[in-house]
Design a protein around this ligand. Structure first.
Ligand SMILES: [Zn+2]
Length: 838
């Protein structure tokens, strides 16, 4: 099947909003047919400029009938994903009955068959421009309307939507009307879903998952409901408007493209969040953070929605900021800002330094394709970091009252950046337009570097020098902390003081002398951005940098360690510091690291840097040191704890001791209280597959043992990872051209394909990537296509030839914009790795 996805341009959206005013949709779906289609009957009521024409997004397989105000609409009015309507009246009713197709890419109405029991599950995801795959609709965020949904479903199914159920019986489900919402926020789930219910503060709560996960959801329900209640309470304290969408349901759906999506009244999560094997506390923290993030959207995104995708950041930056903050303030996970400093900001910094970088708030996003591509580390993590800086700038009270004013003014409507800045400026009594121009309207990142001169054992001067990349010469105001850390008698390193300072480029140019530090005794570590209040690349003064290997393992403050690790890893990415030094530091500091998220992230990031930054002849030795670091941490960890699990996973991923791994599978030599459960077994089998130590039969046997959705995904990944010519050929054919393969199975196959251990075998696939990926882009669409193109990139083949082939592809003028952006950015990363090697 060739996918034709019409994009909607900003200009078209503006013109359409000037022509029509949408009132409501009545949607009736029949999900009882076998096979890959369903039926949809939709009534759309809307006002219009009399005599004008307009269009709705609509992608039927076959149209049975269409009428506008009672008169037939000819079938040829449907073309290229749209239906055109002419001769509009002041008030209009468009009715369409059609056969529609299910998807397997997570867009439209996604259909999934569970390998565990062959049961069928559906979820509806219309973001960003997929509403036409389910119903004819005016699919743009500022044409809000009320939805009333009815569904005919097979026996034994459960159906849930944004709105509450009014009647159900004999497979017929009728739901109430929603408040006015954007089309991309309309959802439903259908299938033999398992359900748990509860209630809090007058709000009905529900959790849903596949039947195969029922016992695991039951085991997790307590924690999920507890976090939900805590977050609801906190948002009710912060905001004047109560949760506005009736019930609060949370569904866990298979093969969901995002972590989760903020549909009002029915949040949908990927069902990997229902744990069936042991997980670490940081994974639980992440899940709590996602719950809080989606809940923030109920106000920011759902109640008040961006007018067009230019202000996507209004949704995501706020949800990321508020989610991280509310998780820290209201749940049992107080250290989310450490995770943010370590993990999320690195994601933002990478995206911000790519050729495709864009401002947090772009002045104009031309169409829905561009909007989808902006769903990146800039819109989420950088935006949230900038908001954190904004709160440091205007003060929390002003920030909160500005938000409340914004919600009150635009409830159930749409708003822009200008509206929000107006509310915040008014509340804070400080005009934010200059600040916003520098931080939100301009791309890229500043480097903040400490410069120190001494007078004996005291500082003569401490300055922070701010620089910007040549192509993006903007310097910004930063409010930051400078931390002084000393070694104590008991051998730990603790904070003596934090000095706060404003870097004001208008006043100081790029160099700000920090008042109050002259004459202070020299510290063992001087940490720029202590407390992680600003967004920037952090570089230490020379003496502090030299002290890192000695200081880092002894530093008691976890947020300070996260800031220091992040700066250290970033310097390796930039080629300023060799990967060999990083590996030595990891070996010294990791075995004593107590913060699980730091353990996990340092192991993951170091592993990635070793694979790409170490030359092939030095890589095995570097990887061996990473394995040793994980092994020492494993020995030092409390049995049965999160650190032990994180260390075990790190060791499995880096070791080449296949006999030891096989022993763990057989229950021999397993560290005390480490459970080798289904997912840890798969991690071991995967590593053995990469090393060529298991064959196809053993992978099949493991899948027989774990015939679950997750088992199916692991098996696909393991098969793609084997160093075997036939296995690689089969995996590649699946990635490039098998449209029957779902989004998730395609992704895991691509994720298993490239292995730095198999460069010889994989060499022919480097030119094939650049020759064949345009063809993949015609088979898959949207986010699934983007993910596949990124995961299948030959990023471990760090060679000039890879770059030459990328340049050749980028020179083509017929390249799909999504593929162009993926290749541009991946090539930039590869260029850095290549430069660092020589
Ligand atoms: Zn979000």
């Amino acid at each position: 099947m060739i996918v034709v996805m019409p994009t909607l341009t900003r200009a078209e959206a503006v013109a359409r909003a000037a022509t029509v005013d949408v009132r409501e949709y009545d949607v009736d779906l029949d999900l009882t047919a076998e096979g890959d289609t369903f039926r949809s009957r939709t009534v759309v009521r809307f006002a219009a400029t009399p005599g004008a024409s307009t269009f709705l997004e609509f992608e039927p397989v076959e149209v049975e009938s269409m009428t506008l105000n009672g008169a037939d609409v000819p079938p040829d009015a449907v073309a290229e994903g749209r239906v055109t309507l002419t001769g509009l009246a002041a008030e209009n009713e468009f009715v369409a009955s059609a056969t529609m197709r299910y998807s397997n890419t997570g867009e439209g109405l996604h259909r999934y068959v569970d390998p565990a029991d062959e049961r069928v599950y559906l979820y509806q995801h219309m973001f960003i421009n997929n509403a036409g795959r389910v119903l004819p609709s005016f699919d743009q965020p500022d044409l809000k309307a009320s939805f009333r949904v009815s569904v005919t479903a097979p026996d034994g199914w459960l159906v849930a939507t944004n709105a509450e159920v009014v009647t159900s019986g004999d497979g017929r489900w009728e739901f109430g009307r929603t408040k006015p919402i954007s089309t991309y926020l309309a959802t439903l789930i259908a299938g033999p879903y398992h359900v748990r219910t509860d209630e809090h503060d007058g709000i009905p709560l529900a959790l849903y998952c596949r039947a195969a996960l029922a016992e695991h959801l039951d085991a997790e329900a307590d924690e999920l409901f507890t976090v939900t209640r805590q977050c609801l309470d906190r948002y009710h304290e912060m905001f004047d408007i109560r949760y506005p969408f009736g019930h609060y349901q949370q569904a866990f759906a298979p093969e969901f493209n995002f972590g989760a999506m903020e549909y009002p009244g029915l949040v949908v999560f990927r069902d990997e969040f229902i744990y069936r094997s042991a997980v670490t506390e940081s994974e639980r923290e992440n899940r709590a953070n996602v719950i809080a993030h989606e809940m923030a959207h109920m106000w920011f995104g759902d109640l008040v929605t961006m007018a067009w995708w230019d202000d996507l950041w209004l949704n995501e930056s706020f949800a990321e900021y508020l989610g991280t903050r509310v998780t820290a303030e209201a749940t049992r996970f107080p250290d989310t800002w450490t995770t943010f400093a370590m993990q999320r900001k690195a994601w933002g910094l990478r995206a911000d330094q790519h050729p495709s970088t864009h401002p947090v708030a772009p002045a104009e996003v031309a169409d829905t394709d561009q909007a989808l591509l902006n769903f990146d580390g800039i819109s989420y993590a950088k935006g949230a970091a900038v908001l954190r800086q904004l709160v440091a700038w205007v003060g929390d009270e002003a920030f909160r009252s500005g938000l409340n004013e914004h919600f009150a003014a635009h409830a159930y409507g749409n708003a822009t950046l200008a509206d929000l800045l107006g509310a915040l400026s008014k509340a804070g009594g400080r005009d934010l337009s200059g600040w916003a121009d520098l931080w939100l309207r301009r791309a890229q990142v500043n480097t903040l570097r400490a410069e120190v001169t001494r007078a004996g054992a005291t500082y003569a001067e401490v300055a922070v020098v701010q620089t910007a990349p040549e192509r993006y010469p903007t310097l910004r105001p930063h409010r930051i902390g400078i931390g002084l850390f000393d070694r104590t008698a008991d051998g730990s390193v603790v904070r003596r003081a934090t000095v706060h300072a404003e870097l004001d480029p208008e006043r100081d140019g790029g160099r700000t002398v920090i008042a109050g530090l002259a004459g202070e005794p020299v510290a063992d570590l001087l940490l720029v951005n202590d407390g992680d209040l600003t967004y920037g690349k952090i570089r230490l003064d020379e003496a502090s940098a030299a002290a890192v290997p000695a200081v880092l393992p002894l530093l008691t403050d976890s947020l300070a360690r996260a800031v220091l690790w992040a700066a250290t890893l970033d310097a390796v990415v930039d080629g300023e510091s060799p990967v060999a030094e990083l590996v030595t530091l990891v070996l010294a500091a990791l075995p004593v690291e107590t913060e699980v998220v730091i353990v996990e992230d340092v192991l993951r990031a170091t592993r990635g840097l070793v694979d790409r930054y170490a030359a092939p002849e030095t890589r095995p030795a570097a990887l061996e040191l990473v394995a040793q670091a994980a092994d020492r941490l494993l020995a030092a960890s409390e049995p049965g704890g999160s650190r032990q699990l994180a260390a075990a996973r790190g060791l499995i991923g880096a070791t080449v001791e296949t006999a030891r791994l096989r022993g763990w599978l057989a229950g021999e030599g397993v560290p005390a209280e480490l459970t080798v459960d289904a997912d840890l077994r798969w991690l071991i089998v995967y590593r053995l597959a990469v090393l060529g130590a298991v064959g196809r039969e053993e992978i099949d046997a493991e899948f027989e043992r774990d015939r679950s959705a997750t088992g199916e995904q692991w098996a696909a990944r393991c098969r793609a990872a084997r160093p075997d010519a036939d296995a690689k050929a089969a995996a590649w054919a699946a990635i490039i051209g098998d449209a029957s393969l779902s989004n998730r199975l395609t992704e895991v196959t691509a994720a298993g394909f490239w292995q730095p251990e198999q460069l010889g075998l994989l060499a022919p696939y480097v030119p094939r990537y650049f020759a064949e990926m345009p063809q993949m882009m015609r088979v898959r669409s949207g986010m699934s296509a983007e993910r596949t193109a990124a995961l299948a990139y030959p990023d471990v083949v760090v060679a000039p030839e890879t770059r030459r082939l990328a340049a050749e592809l980028l020179a083509r003028d017929d390249l799909d914009p999504i593929l162009r952006r993926v290749v541009q950015d991946a090539d930039d990363d590869l260029g850095r790795a290549l430069a660092a090697r020589f």
